[in-house]
Design a protein. Sequence first.
Length: 61
Amino acid sequence: MGKSKAALQDELDNLKADYVRIQSDMDKLEYVRGRVSSAEAQLIRLEKEIAHIYKQLEAFD
C-alpha cells in the first residue's frame, strides 16, 4: 500500500493551492506569451497529479 489517506489528502490540498496560485499568476501576467505557456505546462502537470491522487483516494472508499 502507498501513502495513507491523510497524507494523500494533504498532498491534494497542496497541489490545489499551487494550482490556484499559478492560475492567479497567469491572470496577473496578462498573457506575456513565454511565461504563460510555462505556467500552462505547470497547470497541466498539476491536473495530472491531482487526478492521480483522486484515483488513489478512491481506492480507500
